[in-house]
Design a protein around this ligand. Structure first.
Ligand code: BDR
Ligand code: CA
Length: 322
């Protein structure tokens, strides 16, 4: 069975791996990619997305979206200050050939509205692996979209802890108002793939070698991207059994191919902190069994690295013409 998806992302090294997985795996039909301000400024996210698709020879339309968060002028801490202690982790341009294919003229928000209001697309899953600005803008411009998007899978938040602050994960923190808009919109099904799940299934240097050994454009690119992530990972070595790094975004795609990649999950009322002095951008997962707040999301808690690497290897063995 093939799942049709639209991918909204902020490419980004792990978004790049998610794009290749979605474009190449026979279990996914990648209809369109939209880009958003996040890991890098919008023009870089769009160019990087085009580079990845050109690199693997995939013919997928790319739509540029929001250059700024929904209500804030910028990230809560501007990107250059935020990245000052680890400037090599998030480079502006991915190390791939400049794109030759242009982005579409239509905006990402228009594309999302057009796609999801079309009854022929009832089966299409929306996957978001960046800040939720584009999705929020689409829901605000066309509130009927909330009942038209039948299923959404997103990478963001944490059940426990954070990565950009002690309590917040990057995608939600970049645009907390957008994330709150999405979680309160009344979508029928939201699956959240948070840090808890992605950190439980890190990839290793052996995976880099396995990707390289495929001798495909996707395999080589994935190996280089993963090596970079492992080299730049800031988790103390004492907390790892071997050098490794979480590769967050493709876990959303892997979940649509092999739901058993998620090994435990719970259903909770989920919201987002938009005002906290120390908790801005925190995903609020209400685990109280007696809560009267309505459940609005499934939250993945743990994942299988073995299933994850199996799915990635299946995809990266292929090229876009096969
Ligand atoms: C998320 O934030 C970005 O850095 C990654 O691309 C991923 O989507 C992880 O917190
Ligand atoms: Ca991302």
């Amino acid at each position: 069975m093939t799942t049709r998806i639209v991918l909204d992302c902020d490419t980004g090294t792990d978004d790049a791996i998610a794009i290749m997985l979605a474009a190449l795996h026979p279990g996914i039909d990648l209809m369109a990619v939209s880009t958003v301000n996040g890991n890098v400024a919008l023009p870089y996210a769009t160019e990087n997305t085009l580079r990845v698709l050109d690199h693997i020879g995939a013919d997928v339309p790319v739509f540029a979206g929001a250059a700024h968060p929904l209500v804030r002028p910028d990230l809560p801490i501007p990107r250059d200050i935020l990245n000052a202690d680890n400037p090599e982790f998030q480079v502006a341009y991915l190390d791939l050939a400049p794109s030759v294919t242009p982005a579409q003229d239509t905006s990402a928000v228009s594309m999302l509205i057009d796609t999801f209001t079309d009854p022929a697309n009832d089966d299409v899953v929306l996957v978001a692996t960046g800040p939720l600005t584009n999705v929020a803008l689409a829901l605000i411009a066309e509130p009927r979209l909330a009942s038209r998007i039948r299923r959404m899978v997103l990478m963001g938040g944490a059940y426990v802890g954070g990565n950009v602050t002690a309590t917040a994960e990057f995608n939600i923190w970049v645009d907390p108002e957008a994330a709150r808009t999405v979680f309160s919109a009344g979508l029928q099904e939201i699956v959240v793939v948070p840090l808890d799940a992605t950190h439980s299934a890190p990839l290793t240097r052996a995976d880099c070698e396995a990707f390289d050994a495929l001798q495909t454009p996707a395999g080589s690119a994935a190996a280089a991207l993963l090596r970079h992530r492992i080299d730049q990972d800031q988790t103390p070595e004492s907390l790892k059994s071997e050098p490794s790094a979480p590769v967050h975004d493709p876990l959303c795609i892997a979940y649509l191919i092999r739901p058993d990649v998620i090994t435990s999950a719970g259903r909770f009322p989920v919201s987002v902190e938009t005002a906290g002095e120390q908790t801005l951008g925190q995903l609020i997962v209400d685990a109280r069994p007696w809560t009267s707040d309505p459940v609005n999301a499934t939250v993945a808690l743990t994942a299988s690295a073995d299933v994850f690497r199996h799915v990635l290897l299946e995809a990266f063995a292929l090229d876009a013409s096969s």
